[in-house]
Design a protein. Structure first.
Length: 402
């Protein structure tokens, strides 16, 4: 049920819209510029490792910054953190769009990721501020349905802007989305923290809270789920533009449509998630999604081993992984903060940090193993899908009770 704090000030629809925009900042920031990545890499005279850094450095800063934003939001509230973070995001987006060198682009993308951490961290914490864990997964899935719609539009819009204008226009679009989100926060969002924690930033309190969170088996189970699920997705995000555009010969517009199809499948997964939660509960829903993930990853890997190197051999199995991601993501994000109503910011921050740390390592591996074939993408996703199923069937099955 709702808690009686700020729900009277914000309608359920406004809460879901706010969640969708805040969490949608992540696919906008990553997906929208992917069609432009090969072009900007060539124009700025960069190599593959530098190109990967525009994504992995952003995500590393995104993860680390949440360790700061989380306790700060527990101390001062979600609203001031969101205003500061979104303002910084808009400025970093404008600067990145006009970067004259790859090194400067990496710097501004890093700052952009740090600012983005405030938005996504607060979104997870807001759900815990307002809802108990069972209802939180349902509300989170609604917000992530909105994220799915945003993700559906991001890559096609990025491909279109890159084809009609250039990569600068694709990156400039990020500042427009950031400004719209900032406007919503400034004029409509009401504080959700029921009681600020004046000790949240004290070193002893921070250490005690983080240790308590990291020792909680429910947090570890659901965080492991989000780590594996996002790492599988990130493997595709970090390598797919090069695979489809440079290896398979897709245009930027065609690649945008590929991303549209993936995002739409993810959107369907969030709808399926809500139906499964009502009928089966969290743990059984996650177990079913684990089977979908393993089936998709294994099919993709076996087709590659059999010498089938066609777009369909990646995209058809990928649809199962994306459908499962629509279930794993809301369950994992809401489940990881569920045990911590008084330190939701810190728990959300640790969850985000661990996920982005894994994504950074995945990106670094891809940057050094891309070999002109689709194999790094395929085998990377197969690896994470196996870990994802194992996590769903063991850790979440045992410790995933809300």
């Amino acid at each position: 049920m709702h808690k009686k704090n700020s729900t009277s000030a914000m309608s359920p629809g406004l809460v879901v819209l706010t969640l969708a925009l805040l969490m949608g900042l992540q696919p906008v920031t990553t997906d929208l510029y992917l069609p432009a990545l090969p072009g900007l890499t060539h124009e700025l005279g960069a190599n593959m490792v530098q190109a990967q850094l525009t994504l992995t450095a952003l995500l590393l800063a995104f993860g680390i910054s949440q360790l700061v934003w989380g306790p700060v939001s527990d101390r001062f509230g979600r609203r001031p953190v969101l205003l500061l973070g979104m303002g910084a995001y808009v400025l970093a987006s404008l600067a990145s769009a006009f970067s004259p060198t790859m090194d400067l682009l990496i710097v501004w993308r890093t700052l952009q990721g740090a600012a983005m951490g405030a938005a996504v961290m607060c979104a997870r914490a807001i759900v815990r501020d307002l809802y108990a864990p069972p209802q939180g997964a349902n509300v989170m899935s609604k917000g992530l349905s909105g994220l799915g719609v945003i993700a559906c539009l991001s890559a096609p819009v990025g491909g279109l802007l890159t084809a009609v204008f250039n990569w600068h226009a694709a990156l400039l679009a990020l500042s427009v989305f950031g400004a719209l989100t900032l406007g919503l926060v400034a004029f409509r969002f009401q504080e959700t923290v029921p009681q600020r924690n004046p000790q949240a930033l004290q070193p002893a309190t921070l250490a005690r809270n983080w240790l308590l969170i990291l020792r909680n088996p429910t947090f570890l189970a659901f965080s492991s789920l989000t780590i594996c699920s996002y790492s599988a997705l990130f493997t595709f995000l970090a390598s797919s533009s090069f695979v489809f555009i440079r290896i398979l010969g897709f245009s930027t517009t065609q690649y945008g449509l590929v991303m549209l199809g993936n995002s739409f499948t993810y959107l369907l997964g969030t709808f399926l998630c809500r139906r499964l939660l009502l009928r089966l509960g969290v743990r059984r829903s996650v177990a079913i999604a684990g089977g979908l993930s393993l089936t998709g990853g294994t099919a993709m890997g076996l087709l590659a081993l059999a010498g089938v190197h066609a777009a369909w051999a990646i995209l058809v199995p990928l649809s199962l992984l994306m459908l499962a991601h629509g279930i794993h993501n809301p369950c994992g994000q809401s489940g990881s903060v569920g045990p911590f109503p008084k330190t939701a910011g810190a728990a959300s921050a640790l969850n985000g940090f661990l996920s982005m740390l894994a994504a950074f390592g995945t990106g670094q591996w891809l940057g050094t193993h891309m070999d002109g074939t689709a194999n790094p993408l395929v085998y990377g996703m197969w690896f994470w899908s196996a870990l994802l199923a194992l996590t769903a069937w063991t850790m979440v099955a045992r410790y995933g009770r809300p």
